[in-house]
Design a protein around this ligand. Structure first.
Ligand code: PXG
Length: 464
């Protein structure tokens, strides 16, 4: 590939892509008619397309490029493993040094008690594996009737058959006749939308308790003896960056303990510094039985995910005295493990997590509120660490949304893309999740551009 593709080269790639490549979560015909944008290069928080346009990546790829693009040390770690041991497996009583070191490093940064890990290649596989291990755990414990998996509306846990069943975003189900039987949903915490949903002027703390107790009601309805697990993201990611009120997680944990329901936390987005601590579990004070992770584990440079086991599940498997009939060809791939290990070493050495927690995260949050809270189109700015959601609303005082059919979020996102900013729209919630290495100056640039694009959207709606 030439360093500076020509316009004809772009056209050629667009044609080949339309003819031969099916994209994830895309309307194939519509995308082919429009033509894809070809991203050819990245450095720091910036991306370039094949036409030479520069974009600020406000989403760190898909919430994953913690160390930003073009990190030479990560590239070098991958190359070294590629040259030394490009592949070997863990099936034949064998292991490689990078995967062992990675497992031990993870045990050192994970919430207390999570000391054993299995590896996979994506968040979906990690969650699929977690569901299998939960089932296995209860079978080992002689309680095979505990088979129902509860999760939340608006959850995103991935796309394999089980992970999609666990997901609560309803458009993910009809094409595949999902969810599978035994996957049950409970309402989730979306305080900003509570008024529109008919909860009136309830405080966040009252609302957090009320919603947590929906889990208790559901467990009692299904029978505690039948419920295997409760799965959730500490903060909803792809569902719309909804943050839990302070009362929510303590109550959820009380309920899980009371009814002997395993708590599975999906930290695919919230892991690796995103919320200002190593894991969302630390930020929100949660002690899960199983924790799944992916994305930021390797800063997205290699496909790798992991499933961490707490004492209960870990001990049960370690002392089962039988073969664990599970594993992927690429579980603990040496190259992916080497890159993930280096990623964690850099994060520790450069105090990346502390920086998000104490410096750049608070700066980002303060600047976002300063620039956007009083905007006529913005109902709420919420976030923590380097996660930020901006609600676009019709009526600020009444917390009233625009008609969904108008799709204000997508319109605003289109302004962003045209103006060199990747900002995601989830319904009418604009979302930012930039690389953790972003500088103060880059935060100003990113948020200034976000403000400009929201202004453009407000002008379209006659609000400015
Ligand atoms: N759990 C969570 C919390 C996720 O965010 C997955 C599991 C699945 O991971 P894999 O690696 O199988 O994709 C995810 C993935 C978006 C978007 O547009 C988010 C994800 C994936 C694709 C798009 O916000 N999250």
């Amino acid at each position: 590939m030439s360093a500076t593709p020509t316009h004809n080269q772009t056209k050629h790639w667009q044609e080949l892509d339309a003819r031969h490549h099916i994209h994830p979560f895309s309307d194939t015909a519509a995308l082919n008619a429009e033509g894809v944008r070809i991203i050819t290069r990245g450095k720091g928080i910036y991306l370039w397309d094949s036409e030479g346009n520069r974009l600020i990546d406000g989403m760190a790829g898909l919430w994953c490029v913690q160390l930003g693009y073009g990190n030479e040390e990560l590239a070098e770690a991958g190359c070294e493993a590629l040259r030394t041991l490009p592949y070997y497996n863990h099936f034949f009583k064998t292991a490689n040094p990078w995967t062992i070191e990675l497992a031990a490093t993870l045990a050192g940064i994970l919430p207390q008690g999570l000391t054993r890990v299995l590896f996979a290649n994506s968040g979906s596989e990690a969650n699929d594996t977690a569901i299998k291990l939960i089932r296995y755990y209860w079978n080992l414990k002689g309680r095979p009737e505990k088979k129902i998996h509860i999760s939340r509306e608006y959850a995103y846990h991935g796309v394999t058959m089980a992970a999609a069943s666990l997901s609560g975003l309803t458009p993910m189900h009809p094409q595949w006749d999902l969810p599978f039987p035994g996957f049950v949903k409970v309402p989730t915490v979306y305080w900003y939308g509570a008024k529109a949903a008919g909860y009136g002027d309830i405080t966040p703390d009252e609302y957090g308790l009320l919603i947590a107790r929906k889990l208790e009601e559901k467990i009692l309805e299904l029978g505690p003896d039948n419920v295997a697990s409760f799965s959730a993201e500490p903060v909803h990611g792809a569902g719309g960056l909804m943050f839990p009120p302070e009362t929510y997680w303590p109550e959820i944990q009380r309920i899980c303990r009371k009814y002997d329901v395993l708590l599975h936390l999906d930290e695919v987005i919230t892991g690796f510094g995103r919320t200002g601590r190593w894991f969302g579990s630390h930020t929100f004070g949660i002690a899960p039985d199983i924790l799944t992770m992916a994305k930021g584990l390797s800063s997205g440079y290699q496909p790798i995910s992991a499933i961490a086991l707490g004492e209960r599940v870990g001990e049960a498997i370690a002392t089962a005295n039988e073969e664990l009939v599970h594993g992927y060809t690429y579980s603990g791939h040496p190259v992916a493990s080497a890159v993930a290990l280096k990623n964690l070493q850099i994060m520790a050495r450069d105090k990346i997590v502390e920086r998000v927690g104490e410096d750049i995260g608070p700066y980002f949050q303060a600047r976002a509120r300063e620039l956007l809270s009083n905007h006529p189109l913005v109902g709420e700015v919420r976030g923590t660490g380097l996660l930020c959601a901006i609600e676009l609303v019709k009526d600020k005082a009444a917390r009233e949304f625009y008609d969904r059919k108008l799709d204000i979020g997508t319109q605003c996102r289109n302004h962003c893309f045209s103006n060199g900013l990747v900002m995601r729209a989830i319904r009418d919630t604009m979302v930012l999740s930039p690389p953790l290495v972003i500088s103060r100056q880059e935060v100003d640039e990113l948020l200034g551009l976000a403000r400009r694009c929201i202004d453009l959207q407000a002008k379209d709606l006659g609000k400015l």
